[in-house]
Structure formats: C-alpha cells, structure tokens
Design a protein around this ligand. Sequence first.
Ligand code: PLP
Length: 428
Amino acid sequence: MAVRYQSTRGSEADAVGFVEALQKGLAPDGGLYVPVAVPGLPEGWEQSESFQDLAQRVLGNWLEGAFDDDARAHAVRDALDFDVPVVPLEGPWEGVHVLELFHGPTLSFKDFGARTMGRLLAASLEDGEEVTIMVATSGDTGSAVADGFGGIPGVRVVLLYPDGQVSPTQERQLIVERQGVTALRVDGTFDDCQRMVKGAFADPALADVTLSSANSINIGRLLPQSLYYLWASLQVASPARFCVPSGNLGNLTAAVLAQLGGLRVSGFVAAHNANRFFPDYLEGEDADFEPSIQTLSNAMDVGAPSNFERLEWLLGRDRLQAHIQGMSISDDETMDSMARVYNQTGYVADPHTAVGLEAVRRLRYDWDTSEPIIVASTAHPAKFPESVSRAIGRNAEVPERLAAFWERPTSVREIPASGEALRDVILE
Ligand SMILES: *Cc1c(COP(=O)(O)O)cnc(C)c1O
C-alpha cells in the first residue's frame, strides 16, 4: 500500500502521495508532512548484505507506488553509493560505537538525504517541468544539496547561508561553481535565512514559480536517513541506544521513524550544543524557541528546530520525554571531549560528533552496561581543521575529495537578510 502524508497541522483527509510531499516540501497550511501510518519493515530486512541492499528493501516499502520500481532502484543505487561503517571504540569507551555518516561526497550525513532526494525529485518531474529548490544552511546542508541537486535537468538550487557563521572549509564547499546552483551569502543569522525561505513560500509575487525546499523539513530527506539506524543496529548484538548530535532535529526524527517502523532500540539521546531548547523541553521545562547561539558545532546552531513540530506530532510530549534524553554541551566541553576521546582511543572526532560523545560519557553510567551505544558521527573532522587542531594538537587527515574543492572555481553573491532581496534573485 502506498504511504500517504498529511500535514502536522491538517487532517488525514488532505493527505497526499510521496511525490507531492517531496515536491512541495512544506504543506500548504504551513505544517510539515508526516506519514499517516509508518510502514513496517519488510520481511527479512535483517538479512540485508550491505547498506545498499538494506536501502533498496526498506525504501521499497516507503516508496511503493510512487515511482516505477526500476526508476526507484536506480535513484537509490546512484545516491547511496558510499560506505556506512560502524567503528567500535576501545579502552574506557568500550561498548560505544561511532556510526560514521561522513563518507559521502561532501563529508556529512546530509549527503544521504540530499542525494536521494535530488534523484527522486528528478525522477518525479515531467518533461519540461522546472522547480526551484531553496535551502537555508548553517553549514553542511547547502553543500550536500548543491552537490546532490546540481546539474539535474529542471532543477535550480538557491542556497542561503549566514555570513561569517560557517567554517572556511564549509564555505568553500558551498560556493564552488555548480551548474544550476546560486549561492547567497546573507548578512544575517541562520534563523534569518530560514525565515527568508519560509517567507518566499508565502510570497504572492512568487506564485508562478514552483518552489520547493530541501531543508530537513522535506520528508524526502528524512526517509533515507532512517536507513542507517537500521543498518547500524545490525552491526551490534542487542538493541542499541542511539545518540544523535542535533540541531533542527531532522536526524533524530529519522531515527524515530525507524523505531516506529519496528526497529528495536533501548533509547535515544538528543545531544545539543548551547542551543538548548530541546534538552530543556525534555526536562519538562516551559521551553521556548530562542534566537540561535553561535558555537563550534555550527551545523547545530539552531534556536528553533524545524522538525520539533514533526517529532511532537509523531510521539507527543509524554512519549518524547520518556524515550529521549536530552543534553546540552558547551564549547569548552566540546573541545575537552575531542581531546579526551583522542587521548583515550586515538579516534579523531569533529566538534558535532564530540558533542554526542560527551553526552554519552555523562549519561551512560545510568544505563545497563550490556547495551550497545551508537553515536552518530555527523561530519568528517577534516571539515573543521581549526577546532580539531586546537583540541588535539594535530590535523585530521584530509580526504582527497575534500582537498579537491579548493581547486575549483567559486561563485557567490551577497544579499541583505530580507525577503525582497531573495525574491529578486528567484525572479531573475
Ligand atoms: C545538520 C547537522 C547536524 C544536525 O542535524 P539535524 O538533523 O539538523 O538535527 C549535526 N551535525 C552536522 C555535522 C550537521 O551537518
């Protein structure tokens, strides 16, 4: 049975199919698309021989009826063509595993969702149809989306990022010239960028342009992300506890979707930096969205997580509080975490992963010691050379595919943090 998607603010009666949810991104009432019913895991999924095999089986259930089988299989195979290793740590970290999600072309987990979504979107367009994908990024989303969508016929990408708030390496990955991609350096914060994107959807002057968003509000990005929780669970002996370094809460929502589909887990940890709305909410405080605070783990600098609405819809406050532990880690603690893990195990973690590892170090004494712990490693440490070398006294090895970005021509435009400025670019 084809899975249908309704708005978090609407009703089942207005549910749409996957292709419509994918193309629209945001529901017309401003809500986020959520599956009316989460499909169960396909029979025999535990026998998957590779991540790619698992992806084909599980997405087959999610996407049934939305594409023809060959087109879907081809898109998934082409998108998810890199490794997904689970690395056990040693010494005092025994029992903790790092799920390395940075082996794609732009070295963060965003490649899973962006590459799959780009190819499925391309498969869903009619001949001659055009769509403009907008994406606000605080670091890794933009490059993954630009890479995953750039050069796809009928797809134009407009990406916005806050001036001075992404690392030089991240910025380089954003602004290399790509066919069909316009990079905008915005004089404002990430929240400004996100607000501008939301504003464009509601802008009557843009009514004739087919707009879509590739932020983690798009359900097309979340589904492929849920696959690696399933894959990782097959690499350990019993139901694991997953720790997810979080910002917009897309990755955690993907983990929850895997659980709702039937994955057995011991629990989840939402590891945040100083942007602590969600940990406070989980503690039962009357937390409110806040302006974002700049930190070393900048891809998690989100004061108003866009997937919070989806998580609340999926689980409700009581179950969220029962199943998910929250933790907020400061920049100093992040630096200490990188150093400690390196000194104790030799493992080089990037600042985002270090937030997750530190959350685990603080919480794990309350957990059953036989439970495997899996920390999602969301980015490669070589993307953050300044922090890594300061923390551990050496640089992470730079993979070839990262070094290659510095040899390519760049193209970027500067605009103020206003909806009018964005509108002008879109209408060009
Ligand atoms: C995007 C990102 C995160 C946060 O993921 P969410 O899905 O927004 O919670 C964490 N780490 C890195 C490296 C990222 O790029």
